[in-house]
Design a protein. Sequence first.
Length: 252
Amino acid sequence: MDLFRSVKSDLYKLRHTSILWMHILIPLLCSVIFLAYYSISSWKAKDKVSAYFEFVAVTFPLLIGLICSMVVSQEEQAGNFQELLTGSKWRWAALISKLILFILGSFFFIFIALSIFGIGFQYVLNENNFTLSCYVQVGIGLLLGNIILYILHTFLSLRYGKGASIGGGIVGSLICAIMITGLGDRIWKVIPWAWAVRFCDYSVLSEINSSLYNMVQSELKEGVIIMAIDTLVALVMILIWFSSWEGRKSLE
């Protein structure tokens, strides 16, 4: 019940903020812009879809850094984190509530970004050769692959402030873009910023080259296992850290 109240309170705080609209307008605008460009582009359909998925994945680290910094900054301005630290009987509930809020926002962002693009690509441009299953796999990959980044940027925002979170988001997006290339082929499984974009690429590969996809399935499964373990470890670590955190000091 304490967690439920915390989530309800956090949702209420965001009702009249720009954070809510960012999760609606950004994916909407991105999908429309890409569809407009693709309507005059000579790219192959598979390249168009793959590029859009990769763009969404590369955008996420920066978006996560920005969103986490805004939410934490709101808590700081409301009372120097006192509500976050003392508003719940169990302190962990306040932090878990924030993470749940971030994941919900991520879900709606992904849903809008993929559904608007998919509908437009198939019924407006009449080019879609990808199944609904592919879009669902991409959505799941984007959602699960970025959870650890929400944990990381929540820590950065609480401990060091919004500058560290936003800066980390910029660097994260650059790393994500690099991991698309051959440089990431051997190391992507241990690079959290690579997980989401690589899951997107594997989902596309399953549609366009099933034989090659079958050859790399073991690598994909290994990446999923590493992601699950690292995400769980990161969650436990931030909960332990937060249990003794007393707010950001003026010199931090």
